[in-house]
Every structure is written in C-alpha cells, then in structure tokens.
Design a protein around this ligand. Structure first.
Ligand code: NAD
Length: 380
C-alpha cells in the first residue's frame, strides 16, 4: 500500500510540545498570514514515495464547500507556494460569491515540475490529501494540471470536478458570460446594450476569445484581433471577418471596447496610456497589474468590468457538473452576469469607488448575509 500523505498543519497534535516551541517563529508567521485575510484552514501534506508536496488552502466555507483548482508549479520555495495558495483561494471566495453560487473559496498547489511524467503517484497523493478534508475542499484542474490528472485524483476522492467527459471545456460558458457582461457595460455606458457597429479589440483568440468573437460577430460588432499564434488569428479573420493586428498594436487600436482574453497584468503602466477605448471587458484573469491600475482606469473615465465577475462562467460550468445542472441551466446562470455587472457598476457609481472595489463589496455583502443567517440558525 502507498504511504498515506500526512497533513501537517491540520494534524498538529502529532507535533510534540518541545518541537512546537522550537518552531514557534514559523508557526506564528503562518497564523499571521492566515489571519490577514481570514483563511479558515491550510493543510500541508507530503508523500515520501512520490515526492508529492502539496498545500490546500480553505479560505471560506460560509456559502458552501470551498472550490478551486490545483496549480502545479515549480515554486522557488515553500513560502512562495504558501503566498500563492492563500491569494488564489481568497480570490475564489469572491468569485463564487459574486457569481451567486453556493460555493466557498479554496485552492491547492503542488510544488514541483509541472511537466513531470510521474503523474499518477503525485495526483493520487494529492487525491488522498483532498480526501482528508472530507469535502470541505473540492478540487479541479488549473495551471499545470489537466482533466486526465483529475481522473487520478478521482481514484482517491470524490471531491473533484472537471473530469474528462463531464462538464467539458468551460470556455463556451465563460465566453457567454463575458459577452453578456460586455453588453451590460455598454448599457451602463451608452444607455443601450446593442453592440452592432461597435468595434471590439480582442487580445487572444484562444478558447474564450474565439467563442467571444463568435457572439460579437453574430451581433454585428466589428472585430480587431490579435494572438501570438498566427493560425488562431487567421481562423477568426476567416470565420468572422476580423481585422488582424500585431500583438503590441492591440492596445492602440481604435476601438470602443478592449477585451483582454489572453494574459494577466495586461492593464499596466504602459498599456493604460495607450488605450483609446471606453470599456475594458474581457475574460482574462488578473487583468490589473496592480490595484492602482483599476483606480487609474476609473480616473481616465474607462468603464472596467472586474475580471473575476465577468469571467465567472468557468466556475459556473464546474458548479453545473457538481450540482448536476443541465447545460441550459448553466447558460442561464452565465447570462445573469449581465445583471451582476450592472449591479457592480451601480455600486461603483453610488459609492464613488472604482468598479473593482465595488465587486469586492458585492461579494462581501453576500458573505456578510450568509454569516448573519448562520448566526440566526444555531448549529449550521
Ligand atoms: P487559451 O490558452 O485557449 O487562449 C489564450 C490565447 O492567448 C492563446 O491563443 C494564446 O496564443 C494567446 N496569447 C498569449 N499571449 C499573448 C499575447 N501576448 N498577445 C496576444 N495573444 C496572446 O486560454 P483560454 O482558456 O481562452 O483563457 C484565456 C484567459 O481567460 C486566461 O487568462 C484564462 O485564465 C482566463 N479564463 C479562462 C476561462 C475558461 O473557461 N477557459 C475561465 C476563466 C478565465
């Protein structure tokens, strides 16, 4: 039998008091990190046979079990991995809350070479680690992991989503949500959500970008597109009559809307000055290089659809798999992103704050309501 992964933070009773005293500075640092953003639990596990080293962070389970993918990355050290998993798990709480899902926020990271060929023992050890948490955390694929890896996790736990042949490629649902969120921005900005005749500059025409272009083309929008892979650009030029530009020309394109669908940190000190658009609305994660770039978009009068609100369709798709929703129900939920973006922009206007902060407020209100309900019903 394989050695079982040992959960070191959650099974801290195993640590003798003498050892605990010796390790006090590290432990205090860890608890301070957990306390900083209100994380509920962090579990560390290692498996000597496979070399697995994994961390699971459960940020918040007020709305339901925490859900978030498994990131496999060659972190320089454990500290880097801890910071990443804490940051990412917290972001999942906010994403699930604004999407109106009964899910909390969690995330896991595996420290190592994401291209390793020895995947089965690693992912089975990870599966056992997930299983130890007894359903408080549900995992799925993320950077460095695939549905096939999740299949191996599934051999050890049922608390896993995004399996091959289940909810499938989330990008059509994500793109639908982005399209609906973009229309909401148009309505907020121009009084009409009709995108016919509007020019949209799409950065990255991979999975999400391609499907987004399809919706926009059907509505009569003009497309300006770029990608670092020429075949992908040619496909949207051919299928939707898009105009291609070089990757570094997309920011200066004369367009009404900029739709980042490729990389994070695309709104930064350099690009923010180049943009000529009135709306930024796209599917990419972590679009703002730093929060202050969200403030700067506001100062420049650009309507910004906060990334984690507008790209919530991927999470909705995973939730559909867990909850047994039909594809139609998942689509209807993704369409609600229209109303959520309108609500976020209304909060921003009423409270004189940038939209990315308004999104956080909306999430925090839902969490506060859930906490209040819990206090009223003892034992829940
Ligand atoms: P993808 O890899 O299919 O597409 C990204 C595209 O961007 C690729 O075609 C790539 O060649 C291109 N690209 C990379 N660097 C570029 C550059 N410098 N300039 C122009 N193009 C560049 O990924 P995806 O699934 O379409 O996801 C796109 C973004 O949306 C990512 O940030 C992802 O994290 C986010 N997202 C995706 C989903 C989903 O359902 N797939 C859900 C939520 C968020």
């Amino acid at each position: 039998m394989k050695a079982r992964a040992k959960s070191s933070v959650s099974s801290s009773r195993a640590v003798s008091s003498a050892k605990r005293a010796a390790a006090a500075p590290i432990e205090e640092g860890l608890f301070a990190l957990l306390g900083e953003h209100g994380h509920e639990q962090v579990s560390f596990a290692s498996d000597a046979d496979s070399g697995y080293r994994g961390i699971i962070a459960v940020h918040n389970t007020l709305l339901g079990p925490s859900l978030g993918g498994t990131r496999y990355w060659h972190y320089a050290n454990a500290g880097e991995a801890i910071r990443d998993v804490l940051r990412l798990s917290r972001a999942m709480t906010y994403k699930a809350a604004v999407a109106g899902l009964d899910l909390g926020g969690g995330k896991s990271v595996i420290i190592g070479d994401p291209d390793t060929a020895q995947r089965e023992p690693i992912f089975r050890a990870h599966g056992r680690h997930v299983e130890y948490l007894g359903g408080r955390y549900i995992t799925a694929e993320d950077v460095g992991t695939s549905p096939a890896d999740m299949e191996m996790v599934r051999r050890e736990t049922r608390h896993v989503a995004g399996l091959p042949g289940k909810s499938g490629d989330p990008s059509p649902v994500t793109a639908l949500g982005v399209y609906r969120g973009m229309k909401a921005c148009a309505r907020h900005r121009w009084g009409s959500d009709d995108l016919a005749g509007k020019a949209v500059a799409v950065q990255g025409v991979g999975h999400v970008g391609y499907h987004l272009c399809q919706h926009l083309h059907q509505e009569g929008a003009t497309l300006i597109v770029t990608d670092v892979v020429d075949e992908k650009v040619q496909r949207v030029v051919r299928d939707f009559g898009a105009t291609a530009v070089a990757p570094d020309e997309i920011y200066t394109a004369r367009a009404d809307i900029f739709a980042p669908c490729a990389l994070g940190a695309c709104i930064n000190d350099t690009t923010i000055r180049q943009l000529k658009v009135e709306i930024v609305a796209g599917g990419a994660n972590n679009q703002l290089a730093e929060e202050r770039h969200g403030d700067q978009l506001e100062e420049r009068g650009v309507t910004y659809a906060p990334d984690y609100v507008i790209n919530g369709g991927g999470l909705i798709n995973v939730n559909a798999e867990l909850a047994g929703w039909s594809p139609e129900r998942a689509h209807r939920k993704a369409e609600e992103i229209y109303d959520t973006i309108l609500r976020v922009l209304a909060i921003a206007r009423e409270e004189h704050i940038p939209s990315y902060r308004a999104a956080d407020r909306l999430a925090e209100r839902r969490l506060a309501d859930a906490a209040a309900r819990k206090r009223k019903v003892p034992g829940t």
